[in-house]
Design a protein around this ligand. Structure first.
Ligand code: PLP
Ligand code: SF4
Length: 342
C-alpha cells in the first residue's frame, strides 16, 4: 500500500477539465492525521495509544468519518481506521502474506488462484486505510496494472480459456478514473470466454460520490454481466448517499453484494451482525461473505476465535431469513476456494 491516495493519472483527462472532479476533490480533503480527526470527534487523542505512522498511514474520507459518532471512543467505524499501538505487537501466526497471494501471481498484476476467475490488481491506491487489510503488506511495487502490464494481463486472460470472470481489485479499482476503467474493459471485450465482470470496491461505501454519471454510463454500456461486491462491516456505514449510489448501479444492471470481515470490537455481536445484514439489504446489497480475519501482521487486535465466529453465525441463522445470512469463510494459502468455516 503506498498511502499515496492521489496519483497523477487520476486527474480527469476524459472531461478535458483542469479541475478535479467532485469525488477527486473529496479525496484530496480526506483525513490524513488521526489526531485531527480525534479532536474533531471530541476526543483526547492521548487516551488512545496511537501507533507511529509506518508504511500504511492513516487515511479516511470525510464521508466515512461523518458517520462516526462524536464522543464515542469505541465507535465501530473509528476502530476500523485508527492505527493503535497494538499494531506493533508481534503475534505468532500473523505474517505479511497470510493468504498466499504471492504464489498465485500468474502475470504482472494478475492473481489466478481459483478456477474460472482471475483477479486483477488494478491499483495500489485506496480512499481509506482499513487497519485489518490483508493487503496492507502487499508488494504493489512489483505488481499493479500500469502501462504494458495491462496488455500482458489481457494477453494472459485471452490465452487462459477457463477464465470466465474477471475481478477488478486492488487497492480499490474505483480509484481508477472512468477513462481508465473503460480502457480496461474495452481491452477485455474481444475475449470470447470472458463472460462476467466483477468489481471489488469499498468506494461506494467510503466515497459514494465516486459513483458518478460517467461511471454509471460505463457500467450501463458493458456488454457483460456486472457484479459489484462492496465492503461494509457495520450498519452505520450505510447512509442515504450510499443507498443512492447502490441504487444507481443496480439501475445500470449490476448485481450488488456485500462482503464483510468479522472484526473484534466492530461487529462481533449477534445484534451488530444482524443490523449489518438488514441495513445492507435495505440499501440494496445482499450479504455475500463474512470473512474470518486474514492473519496479516499488525491486525491481531481484530481477531475473533473460530468457535466464537461459529456461535455467532449459528445464532444469526436463527434470527434472519436465509438470504440475509452471509457465508462464513476463511482463506488458506493454496486452497482451491475460500473455505467454509464449519
Ligand atoms: C477471493 C478471491 C477470488 C474470488 O473468490 P469467490 O469465491 O469467487 O468470491 C478470486 N481470486 C482471488 C485471488 C481471490 O482472493
Ligand atoms: S480493505 Fe479494501 S479499502 Fe480497505 S485498505 Fe484494504 S483494499 Fe483498501
Amino acid at each position: 500500500m503506498t498511502g499515496n491516495a492521489i496519483q497523477p493519472d487520476m486527474i480527469p483527462a476524459e472531461a478535458g477539465l483542469k479541475v478535479a472532479s467532485h469525488w477527486q476533490a473529496q479525496l484530496q480533503r480526506a483525513w490524513r492525521d488521526p489526531v485531527g480527526l480525534l479532536h474533531h470527534l471530541g476526543h483526547d487523542p492521548g487516551r488512545f495509544g496511537l501507533a507511529a505512522v509506518g508504511t500504511f498511514p492513516f487515511l479516511v474520507t470525510e464521508a466515512f468519518a461523518a458517520r462516526m459518532k462524536a464522543g464515542d471512543p469505541d465507535d465501530p467505524l473509528l476502530r476500523q481506521v485508527l492505527p493503535l499501538a497494538d499494531e506493533d505487537l508481534e503475534t505468532p501466526g500473523f505474517g505479511p502474506d497470510p493468504v498466499g497471494d504471492a504464489a498465485s501471481r500468474a502475470a504482472k498484476g494478475v492473481l489466478h488462484k481459483y478456477r474460472g476467475r482471475a483477479l486483477l490488481i488494478t491499483t495500489a491506491a485506496c480512499p481509506i486505510h482499513c487497519r485489518y487489510c490483508f493487503r496492507r503488506e502487499f508488494d504493489y511495487a512489483s505488481d499493479g496494472l500500469s502501462g504494458t502490464a495491462l496488455a500482458e494481463a489481457v494477453d494472459y486472460i485471452a490465452a487462459t480459456t477457463d477464465i470466465e470472470e474477471v475481478i477488478l481489485s486492488g487497492g480499490d479499482p474505483m480509484m481508477l478514473g472512468n477513462h481508465k476503467l473503460r480502457r480496461l474493459t474495452d481491452a477485455l471485450s474481444s475475449i470470447p470466454h470472458y463472460r462476467r465482470l466483477r468489481i471489488h470496491s469499498r468506494m461506494p461505501v467510503t466515497l459514494p460520490a465516486r459513483v458518478d454519471g460517467q461511471l454509471i454510463d460505463w457500467m450501463e454500456r458493458l456488454d457483460r454481466q456486472v457484479i459489484v461486491v462492496v465492503h461494509a462491516n457495520h450498519a452505520n456505514e450505510f447512509d442515504e448517499e450510499v443507498s443512492r449510489a447502490l441504487s444507481r448501479m443496480r439501475a445500470a444492471g449490476a448485481t450488488i453484494l456485500n462482503q464483510a470481515v468479522l472484526l473484534a470490537g466492530v461487529n462481533d455481536t449477534v445484534p451488530a451482525l444482524a443490523r449489518l445484514m438488514e441495513t445492507g439489504f435495505e440499501a440494496g446489497a445482499l450479504p455475500y461473505y463474512l470473512h474470518l480475519l486474514d492473519r496479516v501482521t499488525g491486525s491481531a487486535h481484530f481477531d475473533v476465535e473460530r468457535d466464537r465466529a461459529l456461535a455467532l453465525i449459528d445464532e444469526l441463522r436463527k434470527q434472519l431469513p436465509g438470504y440475509l445470512v452471509p457465508r462464513l469463510v476463511e482463506e488458506r494459502a493454496g486452497a482451491p476456494s475460500k473455505l467454509p468455516v464449519i
